[in-house]
Structures are given as structure tokens and as C-alpha cells.
Design a protein around this ligand. Structure first.
Ligand code: GCW
Length: 681
């Protein structure tokens, strides 16, 4: 039997969007919980008790009066407010929320729904206890809402402990062992549950020697982490190395068709489930950037994924098989190879061949988490496959948590993109059964995410995965309310307005001062921070811009280029193919154009480059100025204010560096001066 849940509170760590004050509305009231003996119900009871103990309310005993009731619909003697709500099926995670006759009610079919309903009331705060509220049904749009950690146990000589991590070390491991005190992991699980996340993969998809052993002799560490996530409804997944049968099993092959290999995976997986009965499954990066995979044995990715799916199926697990497969050793002289084509070319022909419990996990764009990419055509090409889309909450290419860059507007565009045109399904509908995955931005930093404002990206990811239709600005407003608890007075209004002013448009600001018009990259090779226009131009990585004295951009048309536009269904295959119709923001992703080419906006490409780079750097300075005005007025914690101020100095410096390098580069290539005569070097 599980020990009773205690609500985790960690000293010296920022509470993110769950500060004690966020629980005031609930905690100051009388709350009745009618649930079962499950661990998740225990969590709901513990949360209610914790909030009430802190804010002077009370856990109501049956028969006592109450202001809020949280009830399982299956419960025998429902009070009238809850009984009246009974009706639609809510599913394993859904809930109903209503308020009638002075009582607020949450009704759920299962304990997870009750937990999500509890956090919905937390989000509403006082509003949950005002007036009347007609019954609203809430169900997650996507079955699995998952964060992938790129954490290593050891500190990798090049990538550090957390690959592409900008928030310190891992919250799971330190000095080669699991953290002794895992309260922080529990607190993380709680934060995630409050956004709706229900799955976490704990280790890097580049599975090095030490981390490979999490599957076998270090499995107890995964079990210990699962025990922290479980009380908040989150299942743990593990990244595994495709060659494990060789490295860990003593076999000489990892061929998915070899019976000994299949038997090894079956046995190993059985042991995993013996230790972690609710284990989620495996995540695999195969035949990608040096990771082993099925190609070595003349097999394809369906063969590889299905082998693991078969090992997991008897236990109800899934394999997330990543579609990020491309040749990272291409010859830059070879114009016929286009990295953007790779995932589709490898995976689209395999549609229909994947098992039901194999999920193909596709990065949102065809290249690699750039600030602006078209949506990956793989998502439209595999109707008979469960697909998950992968986003990057960690800001590898979007400012590395030194720049303010609120990414929800971009994610919302991706999720709302309609491959088959207006009136046809959006991406969010295509991935219903596969889910949404993102690389986490969390580390052992005091603020969890390095940049305190980068917490908003983590929060927004969970909220969008639950409901892709939410408005990113409204999500941000919710996050501000929970995190900073601004009052209804002038100060509170000012704080809210300042954060919106800094963050609402910050993704577009970042886009303006970095690589122009969807061409991508132009970052320093290796660490990927800051500008280096030609850094990747003559490398094997397949990320080129092809700028010369006459023009810039990648010709991906069917007519004269790599043919990538042909991977889209209509209307987009035509829209992207057409120089006249291609949206400005993606022009250089699809076309190579002369500098004098006139955009829909009416300016030439070269003038657009100058204008946006001057504007972007200016906007970065405005963001800093907004924050500076809050200094010393007591609206935000001084330590948090100082951390953000320092980072904003770096953002402004970096934005100016981007502006000057990009502008100088294109001025020198093209010889075309800025129409407005501003300083270019
Ligand atoms: O964006 C790239 C990163 C790699 C990462 C890879 C991937 C985990 O630069 O660090 O490796 O993508 O997604 O597999």
C-alpha cells in the first residue's frame, strides 16, 4: 500500500505558478471531497487539506456545510449540486465544473479528473466562488501530454549534464547518482499536473553508456522517480538505446528480426513492469546523429519500432519512435540532398506498418526547432499511424533562456495549421491519439528554468496540450495571475500590463533580429547561441542559406529545386511552390530570391532584412525598459527582478550583435545600402 501523499514544498526554490497564495481562494473555504481510496484521490485530499491548513478554511466532513465539493460521479451518495451535474461521460481525465446556489462543484468519473478539476479551481481563484456557473465539461484534447528530459546522469564532456539545458544540472541526478532528496521531483510533478501534463521521459534521447543502464541494473532509479510522479498522475517513460541487446545483453546483434534480440527485449521489458507497473514506455532516437538503429541490419524504422512495441504491448506500454532521421554527414556541395525532405522520405512510405502502440514522434518542422519553419509534412502523410508532435520548450534556438521568448503563439500556429485547407482538420486533431511532446526546459536552477520568465513556456505547453484552442495571450495572463498574484489595484494592473508588453510579442521580436524570412540557423555551430551567418554554410549538417551577391534562400520547389514542396497536400503544395503566394515569413525557406524581390508587405527582401533587424533590436531594448520601470516598487521579488534584469542586458547585447552581423553580412554581399541610411558595418 502506498504511503499517504504529502504536498511537496521546497525551500529556496521558486514556487513557479503554485505559490501558497494561489491556493487562497480554495484554502479559505470549506471543502468536501467525496472520492475513493486510490492514491490520486489521496493527492486531492492532501492538496485540499494543505490549502485549508494554510489559509484558514476547513475540510468538511460529510454532513457539514461546504462551499466547494469535489466528487467522483461513481460515489454513492452525491450531494444535490453534484448529482445534478451527472450526465455526460467525462473519461479518465475529464471533469465537470459548475456553481449553483452558492456551492461550487467539480465532478469527475475518475480520480485523475478530480485532480485536474482541483487545479482548474485553483486557476480560477476567487472567480470559482462567485455568482452562478453553468456546467462546463473539460476533457483533454490529446491523450498523452508529455515532457521529454534530455538529462544525463553523468556530465557529458560537450553537452553538459542536460543536453541543450539552460537551467543548471538535472533535478533527477547529481554527481552520478539519483538526488538523495526527491522532494523537488515531487514538486515538479505537481507543477506539471497543474498544467495537465501526464507523462515524462526522464533521460536524454542520446543514450550514453551510463544512462543505457537505467533499463537494467539501474532500473531502481527509474522506479524511485516514478514513485514521485505517480501521485500527480504522471507516468514515467525511458529513452533507450537501440543497441542495448549488445551493450547490456551480451548479444552480438541488435537486429529486430533476430529471435534472441526480440526475446531479450521482452524479458527486459517484463522486468521493467515488475518494478514499475504503470511504466509508460520507451522513447527512441534511432539512426539519427550517430545513434544506433535498424538500418545497420538492413531493416527499416517500422521493423525497429514494432519490435519494441511488441515487447511493451502485453504491459500496456507505448514506444515513441522519433522521426528525426536525416543524413548529418552530407556533402555541402551536393545540392540534391535536402535535409528538410528526410523525415518524410524515411517515414511516409511506412504508413500503416506501425503497431497500435507505436507512436511516431515528429518534430513540428522539417529541420530542427527553428524560430520559424513550415509545419512538417510528415504530419499529413501518415493517416494510418499514431503521430505525436514534438516541440522544444527548452530554448535551444530561441534564445537559450537568456532571451525572453514566449513560444506559445508559435505552438498555437502549429497546432492550428490545416494541411488540407480551411474547414479541414487541424494538426491538433491529427495527433489526438498520439499526443503532444516537448523537450523540457527545467533544471536544478532556483527558478527551475534559468530565466524566470521562461517558466511561462513550460506552463503554456501543458495548457495547450490539454486544449490546443486556448489563446496564448490568455494562457500567459493565467500564468501571470498564478505566479505573480497581482492585485486588482493600480500596481497589479501595471505588473500585468508590463509582463504582457514584454512577452506577448516576444517570439516575433526574436524572429525579427535573428535569421530572416524562415531561412533558419545562422547560429554559432555547436552551442547554437548568437549569430554566425556562415557558421553552418560549408558543413555536413544540411542547414544552408545559399546567400551570394545576387540573392538568398533555399529553392525547395518542384520546378527548379529539391522538390520538398511536393511533400505537402494541396493547397499548401501549390501555395509554397508559388513565389507569388508563398507567405513572406517562409519565403527563404522555400525560394531562392534576388535581394530586390518585393515581398507582400511591399518592401524588398534586403530592405526587410535591414528594417526587421533594426526593429527587433529596438524592441529588445523596449522590453528591458519596461522591466526596469518595475524596479524597487515592490511588485516583484527583488531577487527575481535582478535575475531578469541581468538576463535582459544580455538579450539587448545579443540582439544588437545579431542586428549588426546580419545587416553587415547582407550589405557586404549585396552592396545595397539601407534606404534609411542607418549604421551598417
Ligand atoms: O536540435 C538538435 C540538438 C541535439 C538533439 C537533437 C535531437 C538530443 O542540437 O542536441 O539531441 O536535436 O533532437 O535529437
Amino acid at each position: 500500500k502506498e504511503p499517504p501523499v504529502t504536498v511537496p514544498h521546497v525551500d529556496d526554490v521558486h514556487p513557479a505558478w503554485l505559490p501558497p497564495e494561489a491556493f487562497r481562494a480554495i484554502g479559505a473555504r470549506r471543502v468536501l471531497v467525496l472520492a475513493d481510496g486510490s492514491p490520486l484521490s489521496g493527492t486531492v485530499r492532501a492538496e485540499v487539506a494543505d490549502a485549508c491548513a494554510r489559509h484558514g478554511g476547513a475540510v468538511a466532513a460529510p454532513g457539514e456545510p461546504y462551499d466547494l465539493v469535489l466528487a467522483l460521479a461513481s460515489g454513492g451518495s452525491l450531494p444535490p449540486e453534484a448529482a445534478a451535474l451527472k450526465g455526460p461521460e467525462l473519461g479518465p481525465e475529464g471533469f465537470l465544473l459548475a456553481r449553483t446556489g452558492g456551492v461550487s462543484a467539480v465532478l469527475a468519473d475518475a480520480p485523475a479528473g478530480l485532480l485536474y478539476g482541483f487545479f482548474a479551481v485553483v486557476r480560477l481563484g476567487e472567480a470559482a466562488f462567485e455568482g452562478e456557473r453553468p456546467a462546463e465539461t473539460h476533457r483533454p484534447a490529446l491523450e498523452r501530454r508529455m515532457l521529454d528530459h534530455w538529462d544525463n546522469i553523468d556530465v557529458h564532456p560537450v553537452m553538459g549534464q542536460v543536453e541543450r539545458g539552460y537551467s543548471g544540472g538535472s533535478i533527477f541526478w547529481r554527481d552520478g547518482v539519483l538526488h538523495e532528496d526527491l522532494t523537488r521531483v515531487r514538486a515538479y510533478a505537481r507543477l506539471l499536473a497543474a498544467t495537465g501534463v501526464n507523462a515524462v521521459a526522464v533521460n536524454n534521447v542520446n543514450v550514453h553508456a551510463t544512462e543505457a543502464r537505467l533499463l537494467t541494473d539501474r532500473l531502481d532509479e527509474v522506479a524511485a522517480l516514478a514513485a514521485e510522479f505517480r501521485p500527480y498522475g504522471i507516468r514515467v517513460h525511458l529513452s533507450v538505446n537501440f543497441a542495448s541487446p549488445i551493450a547490456l545483453g551480451g548479444l552480438e546483434t541488435a537486429d529486430p528480426a533476430d529471435e534472441r534480440v526480440r526475446a531479450w527485449w521482452a524479458r527486459t521489458t517484463e522486468r521493467v513492469y515488475a518494478a514499475i507497473p504503470d511504466f509508460g514506455g520507451y522513447v527512441v532516437k534511432a539512426d539519427s546523429e550517430g545513434q544506433p538503429g535498424p538500418f545497420a541490419y538492413g531493416r527499416d524504422h517500422a521493423d525497429g519500432a514494432n519490435m519494441l512495441a511488441d515487447a511493451l504491448a502485453p504491459h500496456g506500454g507505448v514506444v515513441h519512435w522519433r522521426a528525426f532521421v536525416y543524413n548529418h554527414r552530407q556533402d555541402w556541395r551536393d545540392r540534391s540532398t535536402d535535409r528538410a525532405r528526410a523525415a518524410y522520405d524515411h517515414f511516409a512510405p511506412l504508413d500503416g506498418r506501425f503497431r497500435d502502440n507505436a507512436i511516431v514522434q515528429v518534430k513540428y518542422g522539417p529541420i530542427d526547432f527553428q524560430t520559424r519553419e513550415p509545419v512538417s509534412p510528415v504530419i499529413a502523410a501518415m493517416p494510418d499511424t499514431r503521430l505525436a508532435v514534438e516541440l522544444q520548450v527548452t530554448q535551444e534556438y530561441t534564445g537559450q533562456q537568456r532571451h525572453v521568448c514566449y513560444l506559445a503563439p508559435m505552438w498555437s500556429e502549429v497546432l492550428g495549421f490545416r494541411f488540407w485547407g480551411e474547414g479541414e482538420p487541424a494538426v491538433a486533431e491529427v495527433i489526438k491519439s498520439g499526443g503532444l511532446v516537448a523537450v523540457s526546459n527545467v533544471g536544478d536552477d532556483r527558478y527551475w528554468t534559468g530565466h524566470p520568465l521562461a517558466q511561462a513556456n513550460l506552463y503554456a505547453f501543458g495548457r495547450l496540450a490539454w486544449d490546443p484552442g486556448l489563446d496564448p495571450v490568455a494562457i500567459l495572463d493565467e500564468w501571470i495571475g498564478l505566479t505573480f498574484v497581482p492585485g486588482d489595484d493600480e500596481g497589479g494592473e501595471r505588473l500585468r500590463a508590463t509582463l504582457h508588453g514584454m512577452m506577448d510579442g516576444s517570439w516575433r521580436t526574436y524572429e525579427r533580429y535573428t535569421a530572416p524570412l524562415g531561412v533558419g540557423f545562422m547560429v554559432r555551430p555547436g552551442h547554437h547561441y548568437g549569430p554566425d551567418v556562415d557558421g553552418y554554410e560549408y558543413t555536413p549538417w544540411g542547414t544552408y542559406h545559399f546567400a551570394d551577391r545576387d540573392g538568398v534562400g533555399v529553392d525547395r520547389t518542384r520546378a527548379t529545386g529539391t522538390g520538398y514542396t511536393g511533400q505537402y497536400p494541396k493547397p499548401w503544395s501549390e501555395v509554397y511552390e508559388s513565389l507569388a503566394e508563398c507567405p513572406d515569413e517562409l519565403l527563404l525557406f522555400f525560394h531562392h530570391v534576388p535581394y530586390g524581390h518585393v515581398l507582400h508587405s511591399g518592401v524588398t527582401v534586403i530592405q526587410h532584412i535591414y528594417d526587421t533587424h533594426f526593429a527587433g533590436a529596438e524592441e529588445a531594448a523596449e522590453i528591458r525598459a519596461l522591466w526596469a520601470k518595475l524596479e524597487g516598487d515592490g511588485l516583484v521579488d527583488p531577487a527575481l527582478h535582478a535575475r531578469v534584469r541581468e538576463l535582459l542586458d544580455e538579450q539587448v547585447r545579443s540582439a544588437e550583435e545579431w542586428r549588426d552581423q546580419i545587416n553587415s553580412y547582407f550589405y557586404r554581399k549585396s552592396g545595397v545600402p539601407d534606404a534609411r541610411g542607418r549604421t551598417i558595418y
